[in-house]
Design a protein around this ligand. Sequence first.
Ligand code: AMP
Length: 143
Amino acid sequence: MIIGQILKSKPRGVMTARPEDSIQEIALRLSSRKIGAIVVVGESGKVVGIISERDIIRLIAEHGAKALSMPAKDGMTREVVSCTKSCTTEEIMAMMTRGRFRHLPVIEDGGLVGIVSIGDVVKHHNAEVELEVTAMRSYLATG
Ligand code: AMP
């Protein structure tokens, strides 16, 4: 399965933040949308970073309550690994395992078109495996 198909089953639009947004604002957005990471975009709309719940925990551990008023740009990961709609679930599972992260922005022609989480990938991958098992069982049963 390719990422473009997974994106079709998700709500349109990607939640983004600006580099100057505070960690508190970002935590509020993550909590209200029930998501684990947010892509940070610059003025031109270009992806400049990603910040996940894990970064927020780290900032609080390092700076205590002061972390909440820090800007996203001071806590985000700047080297963002991304994929395109034509990447396969196998490819992005390997990227997530190698990079030890659970979120992958989807970029087409320089623009952000979606984000996939490890949860999305596992869900669709399991559905695909189940389909294969059913097809093989029926093949074996019918000879
Ligand atoms: P996560 O497992 O997605 O919560 O992220 C764990 C760490 O990896 C955090 O420091 C994130 O900022 C970072 N991270 C998450 N997604 C990506 C990505 N696609 N590219 C680079 N770093 C990422």
